[in-house]
Design a protein around this ligand. Sequence first.
Ligand code: ATM
Length: 205
Amino acid sequence: MKKYKGLFLTFEGPEASGKSSQINLLKEFFKKNKIPFVLTREPGGTILGEKLRQLILNKHIKISKLEEIFMLMAARSNHIDKVILPNLNKGKIVISDRFADSTFVYQGYVNNFGINQTMNLHKKLLNNFLPHKTFLFDLSVTNIIDRLKKRKQKNKYDKLDSNFHQKVNLGYKKISKNNRFIHIDASLPKKSIHLEIIKHINILI
Ligand code: ATM
């Protein structure tokens, strides 16, 4: 990441872990402090990516595991070229709500494609392009399910199945054994999580 002027940060974690509300709080912080930033998400972030997102997350459309991975990687390739790299080259902070780690966990581990196999594809197809740092939101399965019960099911991965969430958590545990990851206790109050994230960002910029 050193070769880019900007900073690429991603937010990862299980469903209902509060990533999106923290990204919103961060947006206000960047605005207030006049820090140039771009917020984006995966799957999505570009016209092509958002169209693929609709297909990937649609409960009624049957796609195979391999097709899903190819669609995610196609969306990611477009996202990197059209949004992430241009903004990093302008010196901005790029924040993505999910990125490649989600594929390693959801497709590689949970859907059994294989973590290593998925990482190898990422290396070959996307030049192993990874974030500078990743905020990983840790939340217990009980808390995930409690929070999900309070909201409507949004997509095919948003389900109240404790085995599924357990596997997601285990997947994240397996891939996060290096210092790119900053673990966030997602059960803490919103405000203290926000302050913790800002503390890290102030060190990085
Ligand atoms: P968000 O709700 O955080 O936007 O995520 C949408 C879903 O996309 C998420 N599961 N849920 N709910 C995980 C899924 N996803 C993958 O399965 N693989 C990926 O590579 C990405 C980026 C997301």
